[in-house]
Design a protein around this ligand. Structure first.
Ligand code: ZN
Length: 220
């Protein structure tokens, strides 16, 4: 299967992508990892990406496209994958649609993790991070043993700037604006699979796997 995974910040997208990759034997392609790999490889594209990242700039869409295309070519047309963090908007989805067929690749499903806004706010605003080792906690779902102190290294926990309520609203608004047109794009092509993703990690994973079974049956 070749899958796209979409979901708002706090939807558990990265976690589900990793679990799905393991269960379905897919190569997990996250945008962040692809960028880091390209930079590490020292390829021409990697050097360009490094310049952008070190200059504190965003990597341009064109460079990102080149890196993703190179990675997919390397993977070959018989490999299955799950894309995590790409595409992020309609333009990027259109890029994929025009590029993949040239490599003999098609997308089987674009999965959207649906989580009610209230739950996202709760999940994101409760996050705390260790100032020293970076371990993540959640005030409600995975609290430290001692309030405000890291279990592992005993240092103080803090809240990321991004996880403050006003920033969260901003992030979710940005996500909606970029994603909704892309969701329609995949709906119109009959590829959209919507998953109710407000619940435990294992429950959500099972719902995704059940839906993918239906996709596979439909394909036979
Ligand atoms: Zn720590």
């Amino acid at each position: 299967m070749r899958l796209i995974l979409m979901g708002p910040p706090g939807s558990g997208k990265g976690t589900q992508a990793k679990l799905l990759a393991g269960r379905e034997h897919l190569t997990h392609l996250s945008t962040g990892d692809m960028l880091r790999e390209a930079i590490r490889s020292g390829s021409e594209l990697g050097l360009k990406a490094r310049d952008a990242v070190e200059g504190g700039k965003l990597v341009s869409d064109d460079l990102l496209y080149d890196i993703i295309e190179a990675r997919l070519r390397e993977l070959g047309s018989d490999k299955c994958f799950i894309l995590d963090g790409f595409p992020r908007n309609l333009r990027q989805a259109e890029f994929l649609e025009s590029t993949l067929p040239r490599m003999g690749i098609g997308i089987d499903a674009a999965i959207l993790l649906d989580v009610p806004r209230g739950s996202l706010l709760k999940r994101l605003s409760g996050r705390r991070v260790c100032s020293h080792c970076g371990k993540e906690y959640h005030l409600e779902f995975s609290p430290p043993k001692v309030d405000g102190i890291c279990d592992v290294c005993g240092n103080k926990l803090y809240q990321r700037e991004d996880d403050r309520p006003e920033k969260i609203e901003e992030r979710l608004k940005t996500y909606d604006e970029a994603t909704l047109p892309m969701v329609e794009f995949y709906r119109n092509r009959g590829l959209l699979v919507e998953i109710e993703a407000d619940g435990g990690i294992e429950d959500v994973l099972q719902r995704i796997l059940d839906s993918l079974d239906k996709v596979k049956q439909g394909r036979v």
